[in-house]
Write a protein that binds this ligand. Sequence first.
Ligand SMILES: [Zn+2]
Ligand SMILES: [Zn+2]
Length: 168
Amino acid sequence: MEVSISEILVNEGIKKEFYFFEDIDNNIIEFFGEKISIKKPIKVEGYAVNYEGKIRLYINIQTELARSCSRCLGLYNEMIDIDAEYVFVTSPDKQSNDEILIDGETIILDEYVLDEITSQMTMKPLCKPDCKGLCFKCGKNKNYEECDCTFDEIDPRLQELSRFLRKE
Ligand SMILES: [Zn+2]
Ligand SMILES: [Zn+2]
């Protein structure tokens, strides 16, 4: 995903539009050690414009990721739809906070796009907000099946121990 800015560098105010629909990095995103697959090519569209000698770039990123629910372990698709903007400068004298210094007349978007995607991904993925998860005892997926397990029993050995302790 390369955007050539050679024309807009010399023409203030002109928009350079771009559109990409691409697979990147074998369609795998590394996220805290987890390898997450990208299910659709990443769609990136936007434009760049030269404003007072700085290149402002606006993008929208859309794709779909295969996630595994942290409660029930089921696979589901996480939709990604992000708007982002950046300011690029071509000389260090013009650079201020958050502005990115570039060398040459091409902006390569891949790294920015991947960073935006990982920053929007949920740390605790859920297939649905009210996912009931798996039963700790029998392992059934409680979204689909009820089970009769109960969780309020105390281990008989612990009951003995607490009776013993109470006597002391
Ligand atoms: Zn779930
Ligand atoms: Zn159960």
